[in-house]
Every structure is written in structure tokens, then in C-alpha cells.
Design a protein around this ligand. Structure first.
Ligand code: ADP
Length: 173
């Protein structure tokens, strides 16, 4: 069976990677699909092309994972790709409430089944938005994201990281 893992992946985190890696052992093939909306383009830190590039680099070692993007309704994409299983990750009850509604709707309007994988406790507090926030102040996110995301964040906030490393003063001085 094949699955589609849809999301914004702005950028992909270690939590997403954990769900993806575990799913790749369960499904014959997993497609990581960046769902994008031209109207929301400005709301993302990384452009669609940048996100796709990060995803390709971060998943290059997973032979049964491919990367794609789609603008529109997920169920239309599923139909077009002849796929029927949506993969999502669950961190906390707050995720569940939102995901439950979407899962029911996707089944109703597209006959698509959603499979959930529980986030590993280690990554259950990691989100793309928190990672973006920390990186925007030059904080270290290297533990929370795959290397490709960390490098892209460092490049995006190069001036902040440079300034912050210049500011680091040793206690003796
Ligand atoms: P969306 O904008 O569709 O929520 P995201 O890229 O934020 O897209 O997340 C995609 C999926 O990955 C969602 O199901 C989300 O709950 C899940 N997810 C996000 N962060 C984590 C994490 N740290 N561990 C496990 N799953 C996660």
C-alpha cells in the first residue's frame, strides 16, 4: 500500500522525519506532498521551491519516499494520484481535535482514509513554527531538524546568526 504525507513542511522537522521514517517501513511507498496555496505564499518562510529542495535532500536516503507538491484540495490530489491513504502525525490532544475533523471530511468528500502515527515523545514539542521562531533569533535548532533544514535556516537568517555569534562574550571578559 502507498500513502501520501501532506503538510506545509516549512521547514521539515525531526518530528516529521520520525513519522516519515516509521511510515516508510510500513508502506510500500510514501509521497511527501507540500500542500501550497498561492494566496498563502507570503505566509511561509520558505518558498515552495526551497521547501521541495530541503525535502529532497532530507529524504534522499529513503528509497521508497518521493517528494511532490500540490495546490488545491488534498482529496483531488489523492484521486489524481490514485492514492487513498493520508498519513498524518499526532503530537497532542490539540492536534487530534483538528485532525479528527479533517480526517472525517476527507473521508466524506474524497473517500480517503487517514492513518495517524503518534509523534515520538522526544519530538512531540517540536513544530515548524517554533523552529522558525528560534532560528529567527539565531538560536540553535540543529537537534530539532534534519541537516538540510538547519542549513537552510542558517542561510535564511545568516545576518542574525552572524550577529549573535559576534555578540557571544566569554564570562571572563
Ligand atoms: P500542516 O500545515 O498541514 O499542519 P505541517 O507541516 O505543520 O503541516 O505538519 C504535517 C503533519 O505532521 C501534521 O499531521 C502534523 O500534526 C505532523 N507533525 C508536525 N510536527 C510533528 C512532530 N513534531 N512530530 C510528529 N508529527 C508532527
Amino acid at each position: 500500500m502507498n500513502a501520501v504525507f501532506p503538510g506545509s513542511f516549512d521547514p521539515i522537522t525531526s518530528g516529521h522525519m520520525d513519522v516519515l521514517t516509521r511510515a516508510a517501513k510500513m508502506f510500500e511507498h510514501v509521497t511527501l506532498t507540500v500542500m501550497h496555496n498561492a494566496r498563502k505564499q507570503g505566509k511561509h518562510l520558505f518558498t515552495l521551491e526551497e521547501r521541495l529542495e530541503i525535502l529532497r535532500a532530507a529524504t534522499a536516503h529513503l528509497p521508497n519516499v518521493s517528494v511532490d507538491s500540490f495546490s488545491g484540495l488534498l482529496v483531488d490530489y489523492m484521486r489524481q494520484q490514485q492514492k487513498s491513504i493520508i498519513l498524518r502525525g499526532l503530537r497532542a490532544v490539540s492536534d487530534y481535535e483538528y485532525e479528527l475533523q479533517i480526517a472525517h471530511l476527507n473521508r466524506q468528500i474524497g473517500d480517503a482514509e487517514t492513518v495517524f502515527i503518534m509523534a515520538a515523545t522526544r519530538w512531540s514539542f517540536v513544530s515548524s513554527s517554533m523552529v522558525r521562531e528560534i532560528a529567527s533569533y539565531g538560536g540553535d535548532v540543529s537537534e530539532m531538524v534534519p541537516r538540510a533544514s538547519a542549513e537552510a535556516l542558517r542561510a535564511k537568517f545568516a545576518d542574525v546568526y552572524a550577529e549573535r555569534s559576534g555578540q557571544t562574550v566569554s564570562p571572563e571578559s
